[in-house]
Write a protein that binds this ligand. Structure first.
Ligand SMILES: [Zn+2]
Ligand SMILES: [Zn+2]
Length: 293
């Protein structure tokens, strides 16, 4: 596969949120790897909107500076590298979504919609399924009385609500919940697969792109992509376009494990085409790319 034309890296984090490198370093890495585009996708701020304190989301008072710096990078790299302004926006029921006016007001090139936080219905503290295992177990016990299956349903409910609401282009790490549950037999596999089938169907209906995210492999948390091969098969059956992303939190991971993602897609039945993401004039378009090239 010719990386020069085919690959982008649209899921990236910088020192503005929980990344380790600055915008310029990330852009240079994308240029050196001959990617066709880089998208900066800071975790959109949540504290002002939701009251949830977070040490990994962009701070509310850094929002404008982030936008200015990405737009400045876009100018600096013009003609050499496509630089896109994006956000990874948390969906937090009733509190935060990609439709919020603070996000849409800056006219981003694209948005990634992600579920990290669960809001337990018993009033317990919101927690993220993306955190350390201790945080996950504490959330499971305090928020769901130890009922792991209820927690799993709560995650996929939030994902389904986010997709129904829309306002974003890329569905972020659709089975993120496996980061803390993989191989633990917390719930019957079959019940999770049912939820994944539903999600794949609604994603297809909504015309949303699913990312094939290598971030968990890059950071040595898991040894497979988000989503899994099985979940990707469901996306394939529903004609959901996919895009490979690295969820890069440092420059060295800008296209980390993309070859593995290609192999995963081939195993999932994306034998003919993968969709890539490019910006044409003012809108983002999908183009098909043959995986066997
Ligand atoms: Zn994420
Ligand atoms: Zn991310």
């Amino acid at each position: 596969m010719n990386k020069t034309q085919s690959f982008s890296s649209l899921h990236t984090h910088t020192t503005f949120c929980d990344g380790k490198d600055d915008i310029e370093t990330m852009c240079r890495a994308a240029f050196e790897k001959k990617l066709c585009a880089i998208g900066l996708s800071a975790h959109a701020p949540i504290t002002k909107k939701t009251g949830i304190e977070s040490d990994w989301n962009l701070k509310d008072d850094k929002f404008e500076e982030y936008v200015e710096q990405v737009l400045a990078a876009k100018k600096r790299w013009q003609g050499k590298l496509e630089v896109l302004l994006g956000f990874e926006v948390d969906y937090i029921k009733g509190l935060r979504s990609a439709l919020d006016s603070d996000i849409t007001a800056v006219n981003p090139d694209y948005l990634i919609g992600s579920v990290h936080y669960l809001i337990p219905s018993n009033g317990a503290k919101p927690f993220t399924v993306d955190g350390h295992s201790e945080e996950f177990l504490q959330g499971l016990n305090e928020g769901f009385g130890g009922d792991a299956q209820a927690l799993m349903h709560s995650y996929y409910d939030a994902l389904a609500e986010m997709i129904a609401l829309g306002g974003f282009e890329i569905l972020g790490h659709a089975d993120l919940i496996k980061k803390n549950s993989h191989g633990k037999n917390y719930w019957p596999e079959e019940s999770e697969l049912c939820r994944q089938k539903e999600i794949a169907h609604t994603t297809g209906e909504a015309g949303i792109i699913a990312e094939v995210n290598t971030g968990g492999i890059n950071r040595k948390k898991i040894n497979e992509t988000y989503p899994s091969v099985t979940f990707l098969r469901f996306f394939r059956e529903n004609n959901v376009p996919v895009i490979i992303t690295a969820d890069a939190h440092r420059a060295e991971h800008i296209d980390g494990n993309y070859d593995f993602a290609v192999q995963t897609l081939l195993s999932a039945g994306f034998s003919d085409h993968i969709i890539i993401f490019r910006k044409s004039d003012k809108k983002i378009i999908c183009e098909k790319e043959n995986l066997h090239n």
